[in-house]
Design a protein around this ligand. Sequence first.
Ligand SMILES: [Fe+2]
Length: 407
Amino acid sequence: MIKKVSVDDLKPGMEVVQLSADVWQYLPYLYTKPGVIRNDAQIQAIKRDGFLHAFINTDIHSELSDEERLEKLILAQENEAPRKPRRPFNKVIDQARQAYTRALDQTKRIITDAKMGRQVDFHSSAEALEGVIESAIQNADTIVCLSKLSKYDSYTYSHSINVAAIAVVFGEFLGMPRRDLEVLGVAGMMHDLGKTAIPNRIINKRGRLTKNEFEQIKKHPIFGLKILEKSQDIPMGVMQAVAEHHEKFNGSGYPHGLKKSDTSVFGRILSLADVYDALTSDRSYKDAILPNKALAIMYGMRDQDFDTREVQLFIKCLGIFPAGSLVKLSSGNYGVVFESNPEQPLLPKIKIILDEDLTPIPARLVDLAVPDNGVELRIVECADPSQYKINLKPYFHSRIDNSPFNM
Ligand SMILES: [Fe+2]
């Protein structure tokens, strides 16, 4: 619904719509520049310029602030909002993989642009993320799986796209509108751009950082913000998220030591996705932590790094056994979780790939919620692929017609 409001009632997050020129000539004090109001400073400038009214679209952006909208979404999730039906995993995984690769290529492009001192392009980044957002809407497990199983040569690139993907999946889980998913995705892609302004010897240092080196690292959100400020059309939500992705709930984060109440919804979601991907990734100086253990660690960081309700919902979103986890079943076989079960989180769908001696066997799909030939299979433990020297990648990169994910 289009509604006329006084400029005194404008709030950040509202979307101003442009009306036809005919209307405008009868309303000379009408502010008509279309787009989302970014912040209070913009509202002050509109008032200073003498505008008295604006037309806003109440369908797309309500008068609620981002914070109030998130609160509504969290309440809906906590009250078990009905889940949308998902498209079958095997029907959408190929499309998701292509979307992921496209978004990864764009991530490489913007990181190179930032290194070369060029502007970064919001619109082509948002466009490159469209497929990832679509896949997250159709079946988020595809994206969670890809983020954990697809390893690329460079941590910088894969971490940036993974943070984008996980943030989009969580935003979608909360029921955020597509426009916000775009902000989250682009913010994920761009969140560490500021590291391009820090010497490689510090970024890639394997040993412990000196105090001085860590002080330099702590500046990367500010450097990132500077890169975005000199680029065109970057939405305020992306800037906030990049600037705030290392702030913590209790104010102990950096660069500004902001508390939860001073951070944006986008910044907090990015921080959850950033920590989850960092914990579950291999680095030169540490092995990846299993997804379920990473979530347990993050729960332990509640009320310090994260808001308790927000981290609880993040865990609920990814599930106890996130897609892509290797698990051991009560039969002794091993399998990969490839489709979570939000109603019964302990009973996801599993692709069995190894027997009890870790010998590959013809891949077979089992739904733990349904007895397998009369036998009720259960997950007995989460297994570490690197400990067993199992490379899950081939199971994911083979073509769909002979893929173990093909049903
Ligand atoms: Fe960072």
